[in-house]
Design a protein around this ligand. Sequence first.
Ligand code: AMP
Length: 225
Amino acid sequence: MRVVLIGAPGAGKGVYAQYFRDKYCIPHISTGDIFRDEISRGTELGLRVKQYVERGLLVPDEIVIDVVKKRLQQPDTQRGFILDGFPRTIVQARALDEFTNIDITIHLLVSEEVAVRRLSGRRVCPVCGRVYNIYYEPKPRVNEKCDYDGTQLIQRQDDYPEVVRQRYRVFYETFTPVLDYYTSTRRLVEVNADKTLSEILPLLEKILVDIGVLKLNPCRDVKID
Ligand code: AMP
């Protein structure tokens, strides 16, 4: 099951990738997460990419391609993988096709209004990192305190509505050529990501089963809240 997941901020990519990771033991490979981790550990790669990531600029193709190529050689990817945040350019998409066969690219299509509502409702506990949403379950208490440690929840600056709108537009400016690339190679499926989690998860599983890429048995029993 070799899947590329594409979705604007607020589409829920992380949630879906995490579900497949937990249920089928398929690694979720997020280039953004890899870079943030390398930066926080102060590695040589971290130092090379820091200047780009901190300014929201694309890391040069040759660096990202090398990172993903090495990651896909790790033994845990033998059952498959879900790529998130890669490819972001045509050069990356072509390189990926040279070192692996992607079964399907899923575009989680979220409307700008739903993305803004989802992300502007997000609140984070600055102490334990738990994430809440004032519009969806699990809701914070009325006074927006963390259920676990009672800390006042905060809103991340990049979740402010105007910033979300900006991120959404930048996403489509960046990703449209990649979406066109996968459409032209007939490997793109669009899913309406405005729907709820409990509607989308069975739909994603059905798509993967129907095209024959989800042949695995679950490795764990995962419940949908
Ligand atoms: P993300 O968490 O996917 O938004 O990625 C965070 C940052 O990592 C981006 O703003 C880029 O600086 C960098 N990055 C992640 N993936 C890529 C990629 N495929 N190509 C270039 N830069 C990337």
